[in-house]
Design a protein around this ligand. Structure first.
Ligand SMILES: *Cc1c(COP(=O)(O)O)cnc(C)c1O
Length: 403
C-alpha cells in the first residue's frame, strides 16, 4: 500500500522573500576559488570591468563608490557625504524603509521632516511641491525618496518627484533608495535627474548581501566639499577616484563578492540585457497580480496597492488576516518547499500585521513564479481559506500572452 506523504517539500527549495534573492548557480560557483592577490593581477583588472556595467544598470555616467556593506551601510555612506549637523532633510515615506533612512539622517544631527503618503499609494508630487514651496529660504538640503518601499511594495514616480523640484527651482539634493528594485523596475538616474542613488547587491543584482553601492553626480560631489559628516571610511571620494587599488574598498577588497558580482553582471547586462530584465520582471509581476486579484474575489485577501501603475515589479505585498498569513506561510514551507516574506510594518508600528510578501526579484522565471502561486493556491484550498477561483490560470493567461 502506498502511504500518504507527510510532506511534499522535498526538492529544490524556493526562497521567495524580497531579498536576499535567489542566486544563480553560476554566481555561487564563481565564488568557489582560492583567495586572489589583492595588489595586482586578475582581480584588479576585473574590478575595472565592474564599474561600467554597474553604471549601465544605474543608467548613469557619473560617479560610483562601492562599500563592503548592506543597504543600511549604503544609506549611511550616502548621507555622510552630503550632510552637516543641523541640515534639514525631507523624507518622502511610502513605508517603513523611508523611516529607516530618515532615522539615520537624524542620528547625524539632521533635522528630519517626514511627509507620510500612507502604505498603499506613491509619494504625491503635488503634496511634495507644497512642502518644498513652503521652504522659501531653501533650508532643505536633501530629499530622501524610496523608489520601491519593500514593506508596502509601492513604487513612486521618481521622474515626477524630480519635476516638482525643478518646477520650483529647489536646490536640495534628490537622493533615491533603489535597494529593492534596481534592475527589476525601470530606473534612469541621469535622465530622471537623481543626484544620489543607493542600492545593494542582494536583490535585483543576484549577489550575496554585503556590497553597497552609492552612485552620485557632480552636484552631490560638490556638496561633499561642504559636508561635515564625511568620515575617513565612508568618504566616497577616494573610492570613486582611487589612486591605488586598495582605495576602491577602503582596505582589502571583498574578493569573493566581486567574483559573484562579475558573473551576475555578465548575466544581467551582457546576456539578458537590462531592458529585457525589466520586461521580464513586468510580465512576472502582472502574473502575480492576476492570481491575487482572482483569489481576492469574494475572498479574504487583497493586493496592498490598488492601482497597478503604482505597484513594484520586484515584490508584491498581500493584505490578509494575520492568522491566515501565518498559516499560509507555514503551510507552503512545510508542504511545498516555498518560503514567503513576512509582512512588515504596514500598521506603521513595525509589526508583522496582516500581510505577507512575495519577492519576484532577480533570478526568477515563469516556472518559479507559477510554482510559488500554485503553492499558495494549494495552501488556500488545504487551509480552507475563502478565495476566488482561477488564480493560477489567470496568471497563466498573462504569461501566455508574452513572447
Ligand atoms: C532591503 C532594503 C533596504 C535595506 O537593505 P539591507 O541590506 O537589509 O540593509 C533598504 N531599503 C530598501 C528599499 C530595501 O528593499
Amino acid at each position: 500500500m502506498l502511504k500518504a506523504p507527510k510532506s511534499l517539500a522535498q526538492g529544490r527549495h524556493y526562497l521567495a522573500i524580497p531579498g536576499p534573492s535567489v542566486m544563480p548557480d553560476r554566481v555561487l560557483q564563481a565564488m568557489h576559488q582560492p583567495a586572489p592577490n589583492i595588489y595586482k593581477g586578475g582581480l584588479v583588472d576585473m574590478v575595472e570591468t565592474l564599474l561600467p556595467d554597474l553604471k549601465a544598470v544605474a543608467r548613469t555616467k557619473h560617479h560610483l563608490a562601492i562599500y563592503i556593506a548592506n543597504g543600511h551601510g549604503a544609506w549611511e555612506a550616502a548621507l555622510s557625504n552630503v550632510l552637516s549637523p543641523g541640515d534639514q532633510v525631507l523624507v518622502l515615506s511610502t513605508g517603513r524603509f523611508a523611516h529607516g533612512w530618515g532615522d539615520m539622517a537624524a542620528k547625524f544631527g539632521a533635522q528630519v521632516e517626514i511627509l507620510e503618503f500612507g502604505p498603499d499609494r506613491p509619494a504625491d508630487p503635488a503634496r511634495f511641491a507644497e512642502a518644498l514651496a513652503a521652504d522659501h529660504a531653501h533650508k532643505i538640503k536633501a530629499v530622501l525618496a524610496v523608489q520601491v518601499d519593500t514593506s508596502t511594495s509601492v513604487r513612486s514616480d521618481i521622474a515626477a518627484l524630480r519635476a516638482a523640484m525643478d518646477d520650483l527651482g529647489h536646490p536640495a539634493l534628490f537622493m533615491v533608495d533603489c535597494i529593492a528594485c534596481l534592475a527589476c523596475d525601470a530606473f534612469e538616474m541621469d535622465a530622471w535627474g537623481v543626484d544620489v542613488m543607493v542600492t545593494g547587491s542582494q536583490k535585483g543584482l543576484m549577489t550575496p548581501p554585503g556590497l553597497g553601492f552609492v552612485f552620485f553626480n557632480d552636484r552631490a560631489d560638490a556638496a561633499r566639499d561642504r559636508a561635515e559628516c564625511v568620515t575617513g571610511y565612508w568618504d566616497w571620494r577616494p573610492r570613486s577616484r582611487p589612486e591605488m587599488f586598495y582605495q576602491y574598498f577602503g582596505g582589502t577588497a571583498p574578493t569573493h563578492h566581486l567574483f559573484a558580482l562579475r558573473e551576475a553582471l555578465t548575466m544581467l547586462v551582457h546576456e539578458e540585457g537590462l531592458e529585457q530584465a525589466w520586461a521580464r520582471h513586468g510580465a512576472l509581476a502582472r502574473a502575480v497580480w492576476a492570481a491575487f486579484e482572482a483569489w481576492g474575489q469574494g475572498g479574504a485577501l487583497r493586493l496592498n496597492v490598488p492601482d497597478p501603475a503604482h505597484r513594484s515589479h520586484a515584490v508584491t505585498t498581500l493584505r490578509i488576516a494575520q492568522s491566515d498569513s501565518d498559516r499560509i506561510q507555514d503551510w507552503v514551507t512545510a508542504q511545498a518547499g516555498l518560503t514567503l516574506g513576512i509582512g512588515l510594518g504596514l500598521d506603521g508600528a513595525g509589526g508583522t500585521d496582516g500581510a505577507f510578501r512575495l519577492g519576484h526579484m532577480g533570478y526568477v522565471n515563469a516556472q518559479m513564479v507559477l510554482g510559488a502561486l500554485g503553492a499558495i493556491e494549494t495552501a488556500l484550498i488545504a487551509l480552507d481559506i475563502p478565495h476566488g477561483a482561477g488564480g493560477l490560470s489567470a496568471a497563466a493567461q498573462i504569461l501566455a500572452q508574452q513572447g
